[in-house]
Design a protein around this ligand. Structure first.
Ligand code: SF4
Length: 341
């Protein structure tokens, strides 16, 4: 692959980054970055914006100032504190990872990238981000933002996963001799602030003078996209079951699937057709009123839930409690939508 002014790439990038570097709570103030803070912020920032992450990050480090504190925390408390960030598997892996760091590494993050990759929730991107930002070692952290920058800078026609390899090969050629953490953060920041998916700010971009997409093409045409398949539509029933004290039956979602371990009102299975079989483990009242419908999109499917309401005095045979103060429980967005009916 042809390299375009490799020295100037990082110099231009740093000159810009040093001028705009945001004062984010997980960034080092003077000394070294705290690996716990870097890891926590990187996990939270997956699929979530910086602005939304800041209050969650501050709350976590106030409640659990060290990784030992987080490892000792109860999973329910962690899920409750995570509430609203979505993608709860991240929170479960976060907790598991904290326990492993404490149990197997004496509370210190391993500096070796291969060791990091064996920890729950840490993939190629996060391990590279931790290695470079927390330990100042050379590593290429390739997220969607960075991929977009490089695919435009070089007008790469390849599709993923080949595109990942092409972009990474280029970045290894232009990586500077030092400031590895800043290199990672500057690229991410450039993708987020300048080289935006739509309306990139090329005229203010430090890479403009050598960017092939700006000079010879249309930046928004890169990266090339594979047409996405439509997501399947699933259906289910949800039940708002109240007792005479207007308390609602809540239970913990069982199994290992989506939202498992989080609190919910009872629902049927979610299927490609509306399930005829209702609940096996809970006695439903004879009269149920249709309260409304809720639509929600998960990563891999759309869900439509018909929400039924009824009063019950029947004892609940298995699982579930009648509760009023629902804000103390880790409720996923889907359940908040159901309860808001
Ligand atoms: S010049 Fe435009 S397209 Fe090229 S890297 Fe900068 S913002 Fe992206």
């Amino acid at each position: 692959m042809m390299v375009l002014n490799s020295d100037s790439f990082s110099q231009d990038l740093f000159q810009w980054f040093d001028g705009i570097k945001r004062d984010l709570p997980w960034r080092k103030a003077g000394g070294h970055a705290n690996p716990y803070h870097v890891w926590l912020s990187e996990i939270m920032l997956q699929q979530t914006t910086v602005k939304s992450v800041i209050p969650y990050f501050l709350n976590f480090i106030q409640r659990w100032p060290t990784i030992e504190d987080l490892g000792r925390a109860n999973l329910d408390e962690v899920l409750h504190a995570w509430q609203g960030l979505g993608y709860y598997t991240r929170a479960k892996n976060l907790h598991k990872c904290a326990q492993m760091i404490v149990g197997e590494f004496g509370g210190r993050f391993p500096e070796d990238r291969n060791a990091l990759l064996k920890l729950p929730g840490i993939g190629p991107y996060t391990s590279a981000a931790i290695t470079s930002i927390a330990f100042e070692k050379p590593a290429i952290a390739l997220d969607g933002n960075v991929m977009r920058v490089i695919s435009r800078y070089l007008t790469l026609e390849s599709l993923r996963p080949q595109l990942d390899q092409d972009a990474e090969a280029f970045l290894w050629q232009v990586i500077p001799q030092s400031r590895f953490g800043d290199f990672t953060q500057a690229l991410m920041e450039l993708g987020a602030l300048m080289c935006r998916p739509k309306s990139p700010m090329c005229l203010h971009c430090p890479l403009m003078k050598n960017c092939k997409a700006y000079l010879n093409a249309v930046p928004e045409d890169f990266p090339k996209k594979v047409l996405k398949k439509a997501l399947p539509q699933k259906f289910g029933h949800a039940f708002l079951l109240k007792n005479s004290n207007h308390q609602i039956l809540i239970r913990k979602r069982a199994g290992k699937g989506i939202l498992s371990g989080l609190y919910e009102v009872p629902t049927t299975d979610w299927d490609l057709t509306l399930p005829k079989r209702l609940l096996q483990d809970i006695s439903l009242p004879e009269h149920l009123n249709l309260r409304g419908e809720v639509n929600h999109t998960f990563t891999h499917f759309h869900l439509n839930l018909k929400v039924w309401e009824g009063a019950t005095r029947h004892p609940i045979r298995r699982m579930g409690r009648f509760l009023k103060n629902l804000k103390d429980y880790a409720l996923p967005t889907l359940m908040k939508k159901v309860l808001s009916l």
